[in-house]
Design a protein around this ligand. Structure first.
Ligand code: NAG
Length: 124
């Protein structure tokens, strides 16, 4: 099986700013200030660059949410991620955890099969 379970990234940037009456030195050196996003709420761009529908797309696009919302656009992070990373740098965040939609990484069962075969070949 593909070893790709979770895509997350810890970006160590720089020290945290003095805000809300506390400073970086009020926290232990190993304390990490960061932010996190989740693919469905963040990415948007549901049909761009080969992404296929996820079960959430199918569910929400059928109008199943009480407010009829979908993740079709979401926070539009797929298009705005560079601005968001700039904000993270400007605010001295030290870590960023994010996920990438499975259906963007592996848009079809055929693609999944190919990856599985490649991984099996590598490790058997
Ligand atoms: C799967 O692998 C075959 C054989 O290498 C290739 O021709 C095909 O384009 C691949 N399909 C996908 C969706 O990756």
């Amino acid at each position: 099986m593909a070893a790709i379970a979770v895509f997350s990234l810890l970006l160590l940037l720089s020290s945290a700013p003095a805000v809300l009456g506390f400073t970086r030195s009020d926290f232990p050196p190993e304390f990490v200030f960061g932010a996190a996003t989740s693919a469905y709420q963040y990415e948007g761009a549901v049909a761009e660059d080969g992404r296929s529908p996820s079960v959430w797309d199918t569910f929400t696009q059928a109008g199943k949410m009480s407010d009829k919302s979908t993740g079709d656009v979401a926070a539009d992070g797929y298009h705005k991620y560079k601005d968001d990373i700039k904000l993270m740098v400007d605010t001295n965040l030290e870590a960023y955890r994010f996920s990438i939609s499975w259906s963007r990484l592996i848009p079809s069962m055929k693609a999944f099969h190919n990856i599985s075969v490649a991984v099996l070949r590598k490790f058997t």
